[in-house]
Ligand binder design. Structure first.
Ligand code: 0L1
Ligand code: MG
Length: 267
């Protein structure tokens, strides 16, 4: 058994089936540790790896990764103490200005992030913020629609890691910029829902600098024997808190230096 794993291979496959079913049919389930209290974060990543294998075997394409729970506000909001990572596939992507259906989501929430597109492979351990900046082709504004499959958004870290960090949809747009052109640490963002300001923040909320979150992600990937491929799309984590959305809502995320991203939600 790998170090850190408490669950058997059979348990991991069983939990993966449970999460996969909840994601595909959009229903809420109790957090996994209710039944498996000894489940570790490593077990959560083993379930997530099995989930990724299933997505890819069904024809999804791996586009990149996301760092999650990277701000103190997010960790406090969700009651966890360390960040997480998850994978992103082409079928989770929605174009800017598109209508996102809520009927195939459980209880979606939107959050503003800075996304990085890489031009060189990044490999941990010991990946640093500067390594990330050197390997970045450009950055662009993004909105992530998270959708925890756990009832009432109540989970712990092993469970949320197994649920692929609540990944559901992501939208990127606005204006792409080279990282050297802007101060990535002090970017301001304002999120409007139906014309009202509902959240705002500065990019330093993400581990002090969003590139720090990407370095952390690369180092977590290294623990799993993986690297971040050149050409990856990587989201660095919510700058703002995650705001609940429903059919009929319209979100506009306005970023300093990076333009804005708009999304509509429909039934
Ligand atoms: O992207 C994120 O920060 C979400 C991580 C999972 C926690 C949640 O569902 O709020
Ligand atoms: Mg996020």
């Amino acid at each position: 058994m790998n170090p850190g794993l408490n669950l058997t291979r059979e348990d991991i496959v069983r939990l993966c089936e449970r999460v996969d079913g909840a994601q595909r049919r959009a229903y809420a389930i109790p957090k996994l540790t209710d039944e498996y209290p000894a489940m570790t974060i490593a077990d959560g990543y083993a379930v997530q790896a099995e989930l990724r294998r299933r997505y890819l075997s069904r024809g999804s394409r791996l586009v990149g990764w996301k760092a999650g729970l990277t701000s103190r506000a997010k960790m406090l909001q969700m009651g966890v103490h360390v960040p997480s990572i998850g994978f992103l596939t082409d079928d989770m992507y929605r174009p800017e200005n598109s209508a996102i259906s809520t009927s195939d989501l459980v209880h979606p929430r939107a959050e503003c992030e800075v996304a990085f597109v890489t031009k060189k492979t990044l490999k941990g351990p010991h990946c640093t913020r500067q390594d990330v900046l050197d390997a970045t082709d450009y950055v662009l504004p993004a909105v992530e629609i998270i959708d925890s499959r756990f009832s009432g958004f109540k989970f712990d870290l092993p469970s949320v890691v197994a649920d692929n960090g609540s990944s559901a949809r992501y939208v990127a747009g606005g204006r792409a910029r080279y990282p050297a052109e802007i101060d990535l640490r002090t970017l301001g963002v304002v999120m409007e829902k139906n014309g009202e300001i509902v959240a705002m923040g500065a990019s330093a909320a993400v581990l002090g600098h969003p590139a720090e979150a990407i370095a952390m992600l690369v180092n977590i990937l290294a623990e799993q024997g993986e690297e971040l491929a050149a050409g990856s799309f990587v989201m660095s984590g919510g700058i703002t808190e995650a705001i609940p959305v429903k059919a009929g809502d319209c979100i506009i995320a306005r970023y300093q230096e990076l333009g804005s991203v708009s999304i509509r939600f429909v039934e």
